[in-house]
Design a protein. Structure first.
Length: 476
């Protein structure tokens, strides 16, 4: 498989200017010609592995972060921003957006941050106008939404990979000598022996709407009986992570630069959940199984005592340098189209506002419980992906509190689909006849789509009372 070309021009130029170096001076320090450096800075040449290593040795930079190609991600953010009706009278083209993203990814992110703040203000104003339970409730809801988005952005920027937490999980296995065939009992014994904490599984009518509670003073963890065995195991691993690695989480949170009490607390919870997943599915052993089973999620779930969604989340974190898995994006959606979790990868990006494309097969997974749906899809820019989706359920409280249902989907570039068992039997030509989808209706320019719910934000509608077509909207 060919390596992806790494274009770092704007970042390299910004780093050079921050150090007060001319192109000639930096070129001399790196042992390359000034003309070659100039081509790299203008993104007319990719940076080689050897040059990346030289950059790391010469300037003491984090190569993993430096080599991340942000251009496609920032371009997707800018497309969403400039598709808003606010810019309807402008003429910002696709090429303009690509140029802005290439010239300054940091500047592009700043523009989107302004757009997001504007959208939040608009949402708050609309909520106030509709009289939603008073101003205090509106403000708290907006703050919580922003906090969760900030945490998702932080995780996304790190490709959902935290080496310190992986190391902590491996160290826990080494110290505790867990039994992989009886992990739940091992975790329970660890809490009792090392922390003096008892684990009790209590009836639903006692726990009611609480699934897990840690009683600090009583030194006990209480779990609801409605939790599945996989969820019980995860919750014990989560509690151990919080108790044993609290200082590590504090260090990561402090280094994140995130502000606000809600945001920082949400990040701690996310980090503890990440480590719990790493405890249940240790990186080395899990990745070996992933390669051997070719991403068969059901078999991986059975081997590691995890559920479908837990495995999907873990698959997205296989980003260890020198031992990476297939870069995967992930989305979790409810039956109303609300996206509650998203991770982008390899040019597949999700809109912050609005739902998903109605043509995408993830929606049909709600009609086929227990069935894994897979398909090739193609975005308007021609990039093609292979996606796998399935309906999953979270426990409810019996007849009066029905279970929650979500569709969890993962995907990769079409060129890497052969590494997944779900692509077996598909011909290479399948990718050429992929289902044509978009980000969502507001951000899609496909003229022929008959599933469109809304016209695109950046196109002019054509209204003709004498014509009715398959597509609900016509535009120029």
């Amino acid at each position: 498989m060919a390596e992806r070309k790494v274009m770092v021009g704007p970042r390299l130029r910004r780093m050079r200017l921050e150090r007060g170096l001319t192109q000639s001076q930096m070129a001399e320090q790196l042992g390359i010609s000034a003309s070659y450096l100039n081509l790299i800075e203008r993104n007319q040449r990719p940076v080689t592995v050897q040059l990346l290593l030289k950059l790391g040795q010469t300037y003491d930079i984090d190569l993993q972060r430096f080599a991340v190609d942000d251009e496609a991600r920032v371009a997707a953010l800018l497309k969403e921003a400039f598709g808003d009706p606010l810019f309807a009278k402008g003429d910002v083209t696709h090429q303009d957006i690509q140029d802005m993203a290439a010239a300054s990814p940091v500047g592009g992110e700043a523009v989107f941050a302004l757009f997001r703040a504007y959208r939040e203000l608009v949402d708050n104003a609309l909520n106030l106008a509709e009289g939603l339970d008073g101003a205090n409730r509106v403000e708290s809801v907006a703050a919580l939404r922003l906090a969760s988005e900030d945490v998702q952005d932080y995780i996304q920027a790190r490709d959902n990979y935290f080496p310190d937490l992986e190391e902590a999980a491996d160290q826990l296995w080494s110290d505790a000598k867990f039994d992989k065939e009886a992990l739940y009992e091992s975790l329970r014994a660890y809490l009792a022996d090392r922390q003096g904490i008892k684990v009790r599984v209590l009836p639903f009518d006692v726990m009611e709407d609480t699934l897990r509670r840690y009683d600090r003073h009583g030194r006990r963890v209480m779990l609801s009986e409605i939790l599945s065995p996989e969820a019980r195991c995860h919750q014990l691993a989560y509690q151990i992570a919080l108790l044993d690695r609290s200082e590590l989480f504090d260090e990561v949170v402090d280094a994140s630069g995130l502000e606000g009490g809600e945001t920082r607390r949400l990040l701690r919870i996310a980090l503890a959940n990440y480590m719990a997943g790493a405890v249940m599915m240790p990186y080395g052993r899990f990745h070996e199984a992933v390669k051997a089973l070719r991403y068969d999620i059901d078999l991986l779930a059975r081997r590691f005592g995890a559920d479908y969604e837990q495995v999907c989340n873990r698959l997205t974190s296989l980003q260890r340098p020198g031992d990476k898995g297939v870069p995967l994006f992930l989305v979790r959606m409810d039956c109303a189209g609300n996206v509650s979790r998203r991770l982008s990868a390899n040019g597949f990006h999700f809109a912050r506002f609005g739902g998903l494309c109605p043509r995408w097969g993830v929606h049909r997974a709600f009609r086929t419980p227990g069935e894994t749906r897979s398909e090739f899809v193609q975005m308007p820019d021609g990039s093609t992906f292979f996606t796998v989706a399935r309906l999953v359920a979270r426990p409810g409280g019996g007849h009066r509190v029905p279970a929650q249902q979500f569709v969890v989907a993962i995907g990769c570039e079409a060129s890497q689909a052969g590494q997944m068992v779900y692509a077996d039997g598909r011909q290479p030509a399948d990718a050429d006849s992929a289902l044509k989808i978009g980000v969502n209706c507001r951000l899609c320019d496909r003229l022929e789509c008959n599933r469109r719910a809304f016209p695109p934000l950046n196109r002019r509608l054509v209204i003709d009372e004498n014509h009715l077509g398959l597509a609900p909207y016509f535009f120029t």
